[in-house]
Design a protein around this ligand. Sequence first.
Ligand code: TXA
Ligand code: MG
Length: 327
Amino acid sequence: MARILPADADAIRQAATILRRGGLVAFPTETVYGLGADATNESAVRAMFAVKGRPANHPVIVHLADAAQLDAVVADVPALARRLATAFWPGPMTLVLHRSERVSPLITGSLDTVGIRVPGHPVAQALLREFAGPLAAPSANRFGRVSCTRAEHVAEELQDRVNLILDGGECQVGLESTIVDVSRGQPAILRPGAVTAEQIEAALGGPLAGQSPTAPRVSGSLPSHYAPHAMVEIVTADQLEPRAYHLAGEGKRVAVISRRWLPIHDPRVFVITAPGDDEELARSLYALLRRADELKCDVVVTTLPVEQGLGAAIADRLRRAAGPRAV
Ligand code: TXA
Ligand code: MG
């Protein structure tokens, strides 16, 4: 079984020692739990890819304690990137920048850029300061699955393949960081998150670039990602009930994730009530999808929020969870 420790000062010291020896430590950030490895240790980075089951061409994010350490990992920091770093770090935002030669191509999937994040969670901050170096850390889930927002979820996903899980309770944001590409002129969002497009444009004092077909592939932009075992169907609010009854009629076990109470009485249908507030929904979304798996449902039926602000990030993850699956 995985070793889980409450993230006190002693556990953080143990975690830093494990990382210095090339081990793997899962730790909380304000977005989701990360699976950390010493970014300067290639065998540790290889082990991290193996544990996740992640293909080698999917780059991972490098985490720093503060922006003062940027020069060690990136080649240059454009003025607009500085502006975003000042506005949103520490916080739930990742910047894609030209990498320094000191960053291993293993981390960047051989790209000439690297994703950098300064997380704000006190445990992530304490760990980065104690370790005193860059940590490569993807989300602490198996590749393609929903990210983990609680230490117990990490234990379920990774079992004894991680040396230590630091338990910092539930993640505040619940969705992965906003990724902004600032390596190619006009900044562009590669993955929406809690730092919204509106906030970024306000900080930039100008518009973001639209989605470019030549944008680098990110694992979060594969059709199916952030997916539970159950299939996910997105419908309109008035279709929730009829679709659930229809699927149950086909013999399926159905989870309905609904923001309003539904009077469904069918032993095969489980109504999971979701928070009406977008911030609360973001925080609990992955736990709700995991709940559908615990209930052994075949299908999740749900609706999309209004795609504004945080709603855009929630809708993005639900669409990817509903995307076609590789067999
Ligand atoms: O909130 C988060 O970002 C969490 C926490 C742990 O920090 N991390 C996370 O990592 O979500 P991961 O590995 O699950 O997702 C990182 C995403 C991937 O979609 C990856 O392709 C993209 O970042 N990425 C990393 N480096 C990149 C680069 N140089 N260019 C474009 N995309 C990049
Ligand atoms: Mg991930």
